[in-house]
Each structure stands twice: as structure tokens, then as C-alpha cells.
Design a protein around this ligand. Structure first.
Ligand code: PLP
Length: 340
């Protein structure tokens, strides 16, 4: 194994020992295969290549102080993948197969689960795609499910420090009755225009507004949005955003810690009234937002006085990360300790 500087790892791909694979053919899943190859041999007419039949997940394995390796709400990732598969007519992976493959890939790459205290974790990328040939537009009859693992550091180089977000209005990532609620590859291709625009203007990620009226906040790059005011955790309700497992957990945690919670359409015009705002997702847990700039009107909203994340975001971040690494009691039973 190469020498890795665990505490300096970026959020990027690092080769690990093995990945796990399973193929769906003739109406059923086959045996789990272990591979040390980073490549997939694929049919030139596979539906994933032409019609985008692909869905994926992003989750992590965390090493605790006690050396035990933990997963966080893996069943939610499994359910979301089933929902994504259903949404684009792919074969579904049931919870048992999902868990067995997750456990196996972590076990096979155990030495890549970063040490406790480095802030790094082992990122798991399950993905499912149509691997059978079709020339007309229709669902594949064959599917491939793969999970690879790669150790990662923070998603934003800032870590738990304020990030800058740009509002983009000249592209949409997903339509209200489209695939925005599914974690399918096509949404990410559609989001690249906004991502590139935000980056080219010096911002970390784009904020997408609802694509009908551009009146409501949808989400931020590959993360959900939340705002805090009057001791209330507020997050958008929309038919074009991905239901984030982190967001759902922060919302439940906020309620547990005595804050009020609201999930409702959030008007862009409300931005100025929030005391704290953040982007949340598996990769960064919470990225506190320090600045939001509307690239069209030039309007700027500032948060995080003296570059310090707000107190409620900090409390939620520390508690959730503490649960994930096993440092804080887990009253919700979100954590699964892997018996490996
Ligand atoms: C578009 C999008 N929104 C939100 C999220 C955050 O979801 P989660 O908290 O489940 O990682 C992700 C990442 O999975 C994403 O890709």
C-alpha cells in the first residue's frame, strides 16, 4: 500500500485493493465477484452509454477511537438507490445484497479506512447501470452493480469553514417532474454548466433555484441547503432536489436538540433574513456558507461574522460527526458497527 498522508487527503480518487461487483441477468442477481481491476469491460450498445441508465450512491465508513469501523444510515442509501433504480426502470438491489457488498468492500480495503482523528474516511461509491445492449430507447435487460472504495478528506478544501456560493440562473440541474429526486448520473451532467460557471467566477459551488419561477431555493451543487433563524432549522421542500440523508439527519438532530424545524418552499427573497446558512451532504456533512452572490443581479449576502461558522451549525456539525465516529451517543441507532 502506498504511503498516504491521511490528514491531507483531498476529496479525490485513490486506488484501493479491490472492488465488488454483481450482475443481474435473466431476471436475477448472480454471485458477488471481487475484482482488483479498476476497469469494466462493457458492451458498446449498453443502455448506460446511450440512454444514461445509471444511478449511484455516496456513503462513508468511519474508524472510531476504538478502531471499530462504522457505517452511517446505510439502509437509507440502499433505499435511495432502490428509488433511483425504480425511477429510471432499472433492476433493484435489495437491502441484503447492498449490505453484503458494502461490508465486503470495506473488509477487503480495511487498511484504507483512515485512522481516527485525521478527519478522513473511506468513501464508498455504489453504482448501478444498464449493461445490456439496446439500440432503441428502452430499459436494459441486464444490469451491473459495483461498489468501489477510496479514502477521502474534506469535500471543500475549506473543511468546516465558510464557503462561497454563486446563484446561477442560466442553467437548471433538474426539472420539477424530472429526475431531480433521484441520484442518477444525468443530473450531474446537467449540473456541470452551473458548477463550471460558479468556479469560473471564483465560487465553490452553484446555488440552483426552482426552474419554473426562479423564486425558490432548490439546492447547492451536490448538497442540500438549510437556513437557520429564530432557533429554527429550515430546509427547502421541492420536487427537483435530492432527498439528502445528511439533511434529514440534521433536521432530526435539530428537533432532538430542542430547535424547531420546517421543511417548506424557501423563497430566495428570504435569504437575507437567515442568521446562518449551510450546504449539507455526506461529503462535507455541513459546509457553512459565508457568502452567496447572485451572479445576475450582483447582490451579495454575507454570513459567518469574522469567518466563524454560526453556533447552531457548529453544534449540529459536531454532534453529527461525533455520532458518525462513535464519540457521541447515538440515540437514533443510525450507526452500524461492522463486524469485520
Ligand atoms: C444533488 C445532491 N444533493 C444533495 C446531496 C446530499 O445527500 P446526502 O446527504 O445523502 O449525501 C447529494 C449527495 O449525495 C447530491 O448529489
Amino acid at each position: 500500500m502506498q504511503d498516504l498522508e491521511w490528514s491531507k487527503l483531498p476529496f479525490a480518487y485513490v486506488k484501493t485493493n479491490y472492488n465488488v461487483r454483481c450482475t443481474y441477468k435473466d431476471g436475477k442477481w448472480g454471485e458477488i465477484e471481487v475484482s482488483d481491476s479498476e476497469h469494466i469491460n462493457i458492451h458498446i450498445a449498453a443502455t448506460v452509454l446511450h440512454y444514461g441508465q445509471e444511478a449511484f450512491e455516496g456513503m462513508k465508513a468511519y474508524r472510531g477511537k476504538d478502531e471499530q469501523i462504522r457505517l452511517f444510515r446505510w439502509d437509507e442509501n440502499s433505499k435511495r438507490l432502490q428509488n433511483s433504480a425504480k425511477g429510471i426502470f432499472m433492476a433493484q438491489v435489495d437491502d441484503d445484497l447492498f449490505f453484503e457488498m458494502v461490508k465486503k468492500v470495506v473488509e477487503l480495503n480495511k487498511e484504507f479506512v483512515p485512522p481516527y482523528g485525521t478527519g478522513a474516511s473511506l468513501y464508498l461509491r455504489p453504482f448501478l447501470f444498464g449493461s445490456g445492449p439496446k439500440v432503441g430507447v428502452q430499459p436494459s435487460e441486464e444490469y451491473t452493480f459495483v461498489i468501489f472504495a477510496t479514502p477521502v478528506g474534506p469535500y471543500f478544501k475549506e473543511g468546516f469553514n465558510p464557503v462561497k456560493i454563486a446563484v446561477v440562473r442560466d442553467s437548471d440541474r433538474a426539472a420539477p417532474l424530472g429526475t431531480g429526486t433521484l441520484k442518477v448520473g444525468g443530473n450531474y451532467a446537467a449540473s456541470l454548466k452551473g458548477v463550471e460557471r460558479a468556479h469560473s467566477e471564483g465560487y465553490g459551488a452553484p446555488m440552483y433555484l426552482d426552474c419554473v419561477e426562479k423564486k425558490y431555493i432548490d439546492e447547492i451543487g451536490a448538497a442540500n441547503f438549510f437556513g437557520i433563524k429564530n432557533n429554527t432549522y429550515i430546509t427547502p421542500k421541492s420536487t427537483s432536489i435530492l432527498p439528502s440523508i445528511t439533511n434529514k439527519s440534521l433536521e432530526e438532530l435539530a428537533g432532538f436538540l430542542g430547535y424547531k424545524t420546517e421543511r417548506r418552499p424557501v423563497e430566495f427573497a428570504e435569504l437575507g433574513s437567515f442568521e446562518e446558512v449551510g450546504a449539507c451532504g455526506t461529503a462535507a456533512v455541513i459546509s457553512p456558507i459565508g457568502e452567496i452572490k447572485d451572479l445576475d443581479s450582483g447582490e451579495v449576502y454575507n454570513y459567518c461574522k469574522n469567518d466563524k461558522p454560526g453556533p447552531i451549525s457548529t453544534k449540529l456539525y459536531e454532534t453529527l460527526v461525533g455520532i458518525q465516529y462513535g464519540d457521541v451517543e447515538d440515540p437514533f441507532e443510525w450507526v452500524t458497527i461492522l463486524d469485520i
